[in-house]
Design a protein around this ligand. Structure first.
Ligand code: ZN
Length: 687
């Protein structure tokens, strides 16, 4: 009886509330997105995990997608945090509304019905498609933003957006976010070095240890450099929109403290088509450059536009926007403190006067207007960043040199740049796109330059050499630095299921880690972490071949005949040459790898003479097999894939993280990838 009355009361309250809502706020109208992301907004769950967390003073954009009632428009809006408006509105000549507060401006942004908008370079009205909203939204939908908001008040805050329709009625929605104070009690780290083994799961680490160090009676004869790091975490790697991340959120989650969607870097998702206008979140590099004057170093064996390097400094929702990404590296160096940029990717830096890549320009350039950037006033003014320009004709290497960067085109040039002292800033571009892997670079140094010559870059540095040079440059800044050093092809070769090449690249990666460990021993105010963005390929060490190297080589279609499992695997014995790398990866009792996230392939258990085709190369060598499902087709045995496409894929498996040096003790237990950001920042700002 009493329960019935309570239910009746509750129902009538709900009814009254709905009626009250209907009189003020018309129900058809709605806020379909509120940024930063929250469970409070997405599922109305106030007890769910807080999705978006920021450091005190870390800047981020507030944004909402507002769908008014049919026939109405949005005439006004404001954001409030814990009930206080974030800043007072004024009318701006260029925009319907703007909200200046210091250098922070919000405006009614793109509208779905407004196919034309203001070109932020010329100031003229244009029909460029970047101004439009994604398909499926009502024509009167608008996106409203307040750029570069920050709070110093630690704790969970309620974010509200209120939009006024042209009939005077209002629509509102609530979400939340958390402001986090840095932890103290840890040794302060002036320098932070993040080693990112792309795609490097526990299997990849173990395989490199077995190959590089060897085992005796069940014990590793020596540890990898990364094995000597005293603190370890397991890291959950999911992105904002999937349990399985790609490399963009996989990296940027570590250095923004927030989840991005797959393919997105330094931004939250939005409903506009422009890939450079997304709501931004400040990077660790920007935050610490601004606060402490630290430099940024980005070193990779990939093309420097690739997802991992770009996710240290670039803000875009499309990781493929090569021209705009490399331009932002230089244009926003005053935001990030970029002092070192090294890797492949020269194709984005060479001028392309024709704006065409078909036919491929002879200089290898792939600069194009279609993936360049121009920013709108609210981003330029809110964040104090460069506007950008659609300029495929730009000579970006010359512009880097003009800005004081020494330029190295190859390993000899890299050494040359240090001949008369350590340069203050350094750009190294050692290939058109991704650099060759260590398997092929080492072969060239031992006298077989077949592969690197076919790619056109016979003299590429090893990652340990790039690391040594990068740390010398970065150490010149007495305020310290943030460096990201990536072993990129651990992932790329795992995708291709080219076992020998990815294990070799983990060894190269570990040798670079040894260089940084030595640096940290000499500079104890340095924190070094070694981690991965995600696991790639579901790799597993099956065991080892029961055949000799010669027998294995003679029977590429041996199938499972020579797969020695359990005690039949014994302990494979590789010989390490004086250069630090395996004399050969084809040895008696060769270690054998299987793949749990594989596409179709033909397995021979043998090293592949030529790397499988890299579609990013402007001039891919003709000798490369096109993909793993055609590689060794005539000789290997068929292994059916479990995923579509022709490459192995990333998995959702947690990955190991190792830490060494100042503040390393923060890293223990099972943590989320976004937790790493707050630990790195706490290291930089600790007592
Ligand atoms: Zn990958």
């Amino acid at each position: 009886m009493r329960t019935d009355r309570l239910i009746r009361n509750a129902l009538s309250h709900a009814l009254l509330a709905a009626l009250a809502l209907a009189s003020n706020d018309v129900l058809a109208a709605k806020i379909s997105r509120l940024t930063p992301p929250s469970e409070l907004f997405a599922s109305n769950n106030a007890n769910g995990p807080v999705i978006s967390r920021f450091l005190q003073g870390q800047r981020f954009d507030l944004q909402a997608t507002v769908q008014p009632d049919a026939g109405l428009t949005i005439t006004d809006f404001y954001f409030s945090v814990d009930g206080s408006t974030t800043n007072p509105p004024t009318i701006d000549a260029n925009y319907k509304l703007s909200y200046p507060l210091g250098n922070r401006i919000g405006r009614v942004d793109e509208s779905a019905s407004d196919a034309s908008c203001i070109d932020s370079t010329s100031g003229k009205t244009t029909g460029k498609s970047g101004c439009k909203l994604v398909a499926g939204l009502p024509g009167n939908t608008v996106v409203v933003s307040q750029r570069a908001y920050a709070s110093y008040q630690a704790g969970v805050h309620t974010l509200k957006v209120v939009a006024t329709q042209s009939d005077g009625s209002r629509i509102s929605a609530e979400g939340n976010f958390e402001i986090v104070a840095p932890a103290d009690g840890y040794a302060k780290a002036k320098n932070i070095i993040v080693f990112l083994g792309d795609g490097m799961g526990a299997t990849h680490r173990t395989a490199a240890r077995i190959m590089a160090k060897g085992y005796a009676q069940g014990k590793a004869k020596a540890p990898l450099a990364m094995d000597t790091f005293p603190y370890t975490s397991m890291v959950m790697t999911s992105s904002l929109n999937s349990i399985v991340t790609d490399s963009a959120p996989g990296m940027q989650n570590y250095v923004t403290g927030n989840k991005a969607e797959n393919n997105q870097e330094g931004v939250f998702p939005d409903d506009t088509l422009d890939a450079f206008d997304n709501p931004r979140v400040e990077y660790l590099s920007e935050y610490l450059h601004n606060l402490q004057g630290k430099s940024l170093g980005v070193v990779t064996t990939a093309d420097v536009f690739d997802a991992t390097p770009a996710s240290m400094a670039i803000h875009t929702s499309a990781r493929g926007n090569g021209t705009g990404i490399v331009d932002q590296f230089l244009d926003d160096r005053a935001q990030t403190g970029l002092a070192v940029l090294m890797g492949g990717g020269r194709k984005w830096f060479l001028p392309n006067a024709s704006n065409s890549v078909s036919p491929q320009p002879v200089n290898g350039s792939q600069r194009r207007k279609a993936n360049d950037y121009v920013l709108s006033d609210d981003i330029v003014n809110g964040w104090g960043v460069a506007r950008g320009k659609l300029d495929p004709e730009r000579d970006l290497i010359a512009d880097f040199q003009g800005a004081g960067y020494a330029y190295a085109p190859d390993n000899a040039g890299l050494n040359e740049a240090f001949k008369h002292g350590t340069p203050n800033k350094l750009l190294g571009l050692f290939a058109y796109s991704n650099m060759n892997v260590s398997y092929d670079k080492i072969a060239a140094r031992r006298g077989d330059s077949t592969v690197v010559d076919a790619f056109g870059f016979p003299d590429q540095p090893l990652l340990e050499e790039m690391t040594d040079k990068a740390l010398q440059v970065l150490a010149k800044n007495s305020n310290g630095f943030v460096a990201m050093i990536e072993g990129a092809s651990i992932d790329k070769q795992a995708h291709l299921m080219d076992t020998d090449r990815w294990i070799h690249d983990v060894i190269e990666f570990d040798r670079a880690i040894a260089v940084a460990k030595k640096f940290a021993q000499n500079n104890p105010d340095t924190l070094v972490i070694v981690t991965a963005d995600h696991e790639c390929s579901g790799a597993a060490i099956l065991g080892a071949a029961t055949a000799s190297a010669a027998d294995l080589a003679a029977t590429p279609n041996s199938g499972t005949r020579y797969v020695g499992t359990y005690e039949a695997a014994k302990f494979p014995k590789y010989v390490i040459a004086a250069d630090g790398y395996p004399q050969s990866t084809l040895v008696d009792n060769k270690m054998l790898i299987g793949y749990g996230a594989n596409a179709d392939r033909y397995e021979t258990w043998l090293p592949n003479l030529f790397p499988t085709k890299d579609t990013q190369q402007p001039f891919p060598p003709a000798q490369s097999p096109s993909d793993p499902s055609s590689r060794n087709k005539d000789v290997g045995y068929f292994v059916a894939g479990q995923v579509p496409g022709d490459q192995a894929v990333h998995t959702a498996t947690d990955i190991p993280l190792s830490a060494y040096g100042a503040s390393a003790a923060q890293f223990h237990g099972v943590i989320d990838n976004t937790d790493v950001f707050f630990k790195l920042a706490s290291a930089a700002m600790g007592q």
